[in-house]
Design a protein around this ligand. Structure first.
Ligand SMILES: Nc1ncnc2c1ncn2[C@@H]1O[C@H](COP(=O)(O)OP(=O)(O)O)[C@@H](O)[C@H]1O
Ligand SMILES: [Mg+2]
Length: 504
């Protein structure tokens, strides 16, 4: 009796759904958790054949599964159950034979695994995005290097153009490279390799700043409604990137509302707790600023939803979409240690919710997390010795833009003259190796360093170092720059040379 009582308690109190069925699958008993899972009262389940608990199209499969479970061919299976609200829930079933009231029966434990499945799916999704991000970042990085070489040379051609036609062609190349660079920049944003310039920003202010622009962008058929947060919504973020997020989401919303509608932008603050984390594993505990951008457009179909953040994924016609909008948003949000949630319903609209750490929670770590260091300039004085005028002018412009004072000479002899006039001021000499006037870069350097030991020199050459190398130790990127060099490489070499203790 006591054990019967105990069994009864376990049966009633179990968090798993438990059903007892005869060998034909007629339900003999069900516990409260089983009623809850099916959304049916006990009376509506007991006496029914289990097949009635399945959607018609799932019944054949369920029949086969039940046969295997009831014959103990298998003891565990994954399946789906039909719940009362019409939803199909993934479940795990464990089953075994027991005697029930003197007759053979099957005991089934049914567990709702939708939560676990969702987490697995999110995990897979995150891994996929990570892999695509790595790939995109790698491609963009290599591509950028190629583009800078193309850009550098096109600029040189432009400076050296012999006639209007070649000037125009060079100009076209430069412009195409700039467009290509804009594309790779988006890929870099996606793969979180952009340099951040973060400040303390109030999200209210960022949005209000963009208001007029968004209005124009949306056109007349879309109403814009903005709801600000009643107090400041502080984030440590890159302003340009925040504007980019807003812009990309607004453009997508507009495209989803071709017949007009309403765009709702809302700023808020949320406290993420443990409970929230269970539902949204990418979230973190703490206070977050919420930027929500909602439209009343087409919604995103379930089969499209898992792919929208992939770079180059678009459902738009060729020429209409690049598929980089959301990829960029994704990368920016990740790089700012936030996450994105989406609510969407076909035919009713979509809301993107962007969560970013509220400033109270952010230590200064963000500011330090720039991936590629920005090469800084300086105000030192640099003597450029180079016989090719366009190259000299290009280099001079590049260095002036970075704040350096620049002196120029077109040969070694001229350089000696410039040196004598500006003796005390020159901090570094950047010299070509092979020049006219019977003085090489080496000889020039030797003469100047005899006058001022420790003077810093960087050699450049279109020839390979072995041809000219002698007693100086040449180190690429340190005191030697093979041509063509990237403006960035030049800037870095100069800065590092100026900052280094030793000299040649
Ligand atoms: N607000 C939205 N409503 C409906 N679908 C959207 C929305 N935002 C994005 N999408 C879907 O996500 C896809 C990818 O968006 P995105 O990365 O911005 O690329 P693009 O806009 O160039 O297609 C879109 O092609 C569209 O199918
Ligand atoms: Mg877009």
């Amino acid at each position: 009796r006591e054990s019967e009582q105990q069994f009864g308690d376990l049966f009633e109190g179990s968090p798993d759904a438990i059903l007892v069925e005869d060998l034909e699958g007629n339900v003999l008993d069900v516990n409260p958790a089983g009623c809850l899972l099916h959304g049916l009262a006990r009376e509506s389940i007991v006496g029914k054949n289990f097949l009635e608990l399945f959607p018609p199209d799932k019944r054949d499969a369920a029949k086969i599964l039940f046969a295997k479970l009831s014959s103990e061919e298998i003891s565990r299976a994954e399946s789906e159950r039909w719940t009362a609200d019409g939803k199909v829930t993934p479940v795990e079933i464990r089953a075994g034979r027991i005697p029930y009231r003197g007759r053979p029966a099957v005991l089934l434990h049914v567990r709702d695994v939708s939560n676990q499945k969702r987490l697995e799916e999110q995990f897979r999704q995150a891994q996929k995005m990570e892999a695509i991000g790595q790939l995109a970042g790698g491609v963009a990085h290599d591509f950028n290097n190629l583009l800078t070489v193309i850009h550098g040379h096109a600029s040189l051609l432009l400076l050296d153009a012999r006639n209007q036609d070649s000037a125009d062609s060079s100009q076209q190349i430069v412009e195409a490279v700039n467009r290509a660079a804009a594309l790779t920049k988006q890929l870099l944003a996606f793969s979180r390799r952009q340099v951040l310039d973060t400040r303390r920003l109030d999200m209210n202010e960022v949005v209000s700043h963009m208001g007029a622009m968004l209005g124009r962008l949306l056109g007349e058929d879309v109403a814009l409604r903005v709801r600000y947060w009643q107090s400041p919504a502080p984030v440590q973020a890159d302003r340009g990137m925040m504007e980019q997020i807003l812009l990309n989401l607004a453009v997508n919303a507009r495209d989803a509302m071709l017949k007009g509608g309403q765009l709702n932008i809302q700023i808020g603050a949320v406290d993420v707790d443990q409970k929230y984390l269970e539902r949204q594993p990418q979230a973190r505990i703490g206070r977050f600023v919420l930027l929500s951008v909602g439209d009343t457009g087409t919604g995103i179909p379930p089969e499209v939803l898992p792919r929208i953040f992939e770079p180059f994924f678009t459902t738009k016609e060729v020429g209409k979409g690049t598929g980089l909008g959301l990829a960029t948003v994704y990368g920016i949000v990740k790089q700012h240690h936030g996450w994105i949630e989406i609510e969407t319903e076909t035919g009713r609209g979509t809301t993107f919710k962007v969560y970013l750490p509220s400033l109270e929670d952010v230590a200064c770590e963000l500011a330090a997390k720039t991936v590629e260091p920005v090469v800084s300039g300086g105000n030192e004085c640099i003597l450029i010795v180079e016989d090719e005028k366009p190259v000299r002018e290009l280099v001079s412009t590049l260095l002036r833009r970075r704040g350096y004072r620049v002196l120029e000479a077109e040969s070694g002899q001229k350089a000696l003259g410039v040196w004598n006039e500006n003796k005390g001021q020159i901090d570094l000499v950047l010299t070509d190796m092979v020049m006219p006037d019977r003085m090489t870069g080496w000889e020039l350097a030797e003469k100047l360093q005899a006058e001022r030991p420790g003077l810093k020199v960087i050699f450049t050459s279109g020839y390979s170092a072995e041809v000219v190398g002698r007693e100086f130790v040449l180190q690429v990127g340190v005191n030697y720059l093979p041509k063509p060099y990237h403006p960035h490489t030049l800037a870095r070499a100069i800065r590092e040379r100026l900052d280094s203790k030793e000299s040649h």
